[in-house]
Design a protein around this ligand. Structure first.
Ligand SMILES: [Zn+2]
Length: 222
């Protein structure tokens, strides 16, 4: 019978293994270093703004090629040290979305899917927020029991429909300005669902912030 490790133990083991096994650049795979100079440069933020279904969305990085590999290495392969590069990139997007002097605004993190939480044992969005030096409200938005975001094979419209009603806001946000925070933007259906749930709780959702967006999502304007 296979041994199932608690997620926290699995993460610790992965970290220990990474310390003794040969490492390669998280972006391009160059040997013997965590991140090469070229990929480090690619992970410097180039924040852009787009509009998704009327929602202003600011993203720090383009989710393609080496950047995509590095984000996946962080998120799916537990290379948490990459937070040192990804955090400042996110920070640049935060500064663009919420410049000095902006009215008080809460950053609300999109919760991980139940399957992501189980398999990783840690939360990429809040880890990134911490590395960016911003405080994000965690646990305000929760996934409704029985709803999963494992919808990779669905098309854009099906994903949006399946997403609808999947998040719930646990606190009354009447009159509060809120920015939604997520890691990777693809179709935008998660952000729209987060906005729906937050508005239902009385919030004014003024923008969304993502670490990285696919080239198509980064350009979207509608
Ligand atoms: Zn590289």
């Amino acid at each position: 019978m296979p041994v199932v490790l608690p997620a926290a133990v699995a993460v610790a083991l992965r970290g220990a293994l990474a310390a003794v096994s040969p490492v390669s650049c998280a972006g391009c795979g160059a040997p013997d270093l965590e991140l090469c100079d070229g990929c480090r440069d690619l992970l410097r933020a180039r924040p852009v703004e787009a509009v998704h279904a009327g929602l202003r969305v600011v993203t720090a990085l383009r989710y393609e090629f080496e950047v995509r590999e590095a984000v996946l290495a962080f998120k799916q392969h537990g290379r948490l040290r990459l937070a040192a590069q990804l955090g400042p990139a996110l920070r640049a997007a935060v500064d663009l979305a919420l410049p000095q002097g902006a009215p008080p605004t809460a950053l609300v993190a999109v919760p991980p899917s139940p399957s992501g939480r189980r398999s990783r044992g840690w939360d990429p969005v809040t880890t990134l927020a911490r590395a960016a030096g911003v405080s994000a409200s965690v646990g305000v938005l929760v996934v409704r029991p029985g709803r999963s975001s494992a919808q990779k094979r669905l098309d854009r419209e099906q994903r949006a429909r399946a997403r609808e009603g999947s998040l719930r806001c646990r606190v009354d946000l009447t009159g509060r300005r809120v920015v939604v925070l997520d890691d990777v933007l693809t179709t935008g259906s998660t952000l729209q669902e987060a906005r729906r749930a937050l508005e239902e709780a009385g919030a004014e959702v003024v923008a969304a912030l993502c670490l990285a967006a696919t080239p198509l999502a980064a350009r979207a304007s509608s």
